[in-house]
Design a protein. Structure first.
Length: 306
């Protein structure tokens, strides 16, 4: 009976998509062959109203399959190991990182864009859901939700607006040209206003059960093993976002905030730069009048001296 149970368990595990229940996808999973046919779906165009960008993904523009960009895990030159972190709503695995609104400013946040892939899926995108929470501090150290689903209630509200290929593949240094990991830019509708302070964004995805993932690639910069101070959850438990099994260094979670600055110091849209008592200015007509008046005064002074 025990043998039968073990055999049944092995059969069930073998039937799962590779990495479906895993919390990371590692360098050894990458293939040096082309793999999946190059992505052939809609391509993301953005950002258009940038307020904040938490870091780059692309390391090698135009060198990937079909002339696409690549986000290369520096598995040889730096010894790094994590291709992507688990960000699956099914397993309760999420990613998070912070952004700061400068003193005196107020932001109207329209959308937040984050990035994910499903191994072997290609494009069009198989990402079908994105869920977001915004905290007023580190979620692992007392931060509370100021926007999004309540933690106690779980992930409920799918706010994915669009999901499209960002014209880039996630690869390792030994798998350049491979097209198995087409990175999707996933845009979530936020539509909220926040004032000055440091906030944390937590995001998680839903996708197709036919492929492993969704996986979230970390911020990637050439020559850098430490790329941020991100966090992640594994089945809802918080820990640092680290390149485990490789350099064990902190990683950033990439996301983009779009919207408008409503006011305050440094805000856009012209104005007086937030000065309490703006310096008065003259029009062209005013300058001409001033010059003529000075000429008249000078003429009077000259006559008196004569």
């Amino acid at each position: 009976m025990k043998v039968c149970k073990v055999a049944l368990l092995v059969t069930c595990l073998a039937a799962l998509p590779m990495g479906a229940a895993a919390s990371v996808e590692v360098a050894s999973a990458a293939s040096s062959s082309m793999g999946t046919l190059p992505a052939n779906g809609p391509v993301w165009v953005g950002p258009r109203a940038l307020l904040f960008d938490n870091g780059p993904l692309v390391t090698h523009p135009g060198v990937g399959a079909g002339g696409a960009d690549e986000s290369a895990l520096q598995s040889v030159s730096l010894g790094m190991n994590i291709l992507g972190f688990g960000a699956q709503v099914l397993n309760g695995n999420s990613m998070a990182d912070d952004f700061t609104i400068p003193a005196g400013e107020e932001w109207q946040i329209d959308t937040i864009t984050s990035f994910a892939y499903q191994t072997g899926a290609g494009a069009p995108s198989t990402i079908s859901g994105m869920f977001v929470r915004i905290y007023d501090g580190p979620p692992n150290a007392g931060g509370t939700v100021v926007w999004g689903d309540d933690v106690a209630g779980g992930w409920v509200t799918n706010i994915l607006s669009t999901s499209a290929w960002m014209n880039a593949y996630r690869v390792t240094e030994t798998s350049s040209g491979n097209a198995d990991r087409a990175i999707m830019a996933n845009v979530a509708t936020i539509d909220t206003t926040l004032t000055e302070g440091t906030y944390w964004v937590e995001y998680i995805f839903d996708g197709s059960g036919s492929f492993s993932g969704p996986w979230g690639p970390p911020v990637t910069m050439l020559g850098q093993t430490t790329t941020g101070n991100g966090l992640r959850t594994i089945a809802g438990v918080w820990e640092a976002l680290l390149d485990t099994g490789g350099t064990d260094t902190p990683q950033g979670a990439p996301f983009i905030v779009e919207g408008t600055v409503l006011g305050g110091g440094g805000g856009g849209g012209g104005g007086t730069g937030g000065l309490a008592n703006p310096i008065p200015t003259l029009s062209k007509t005013g300058i001409v009048v001033l010059i003529l008046a000075l000429i008249g005064i000078s003429a009077v002074l000259i006559r008196r001296r004569m």
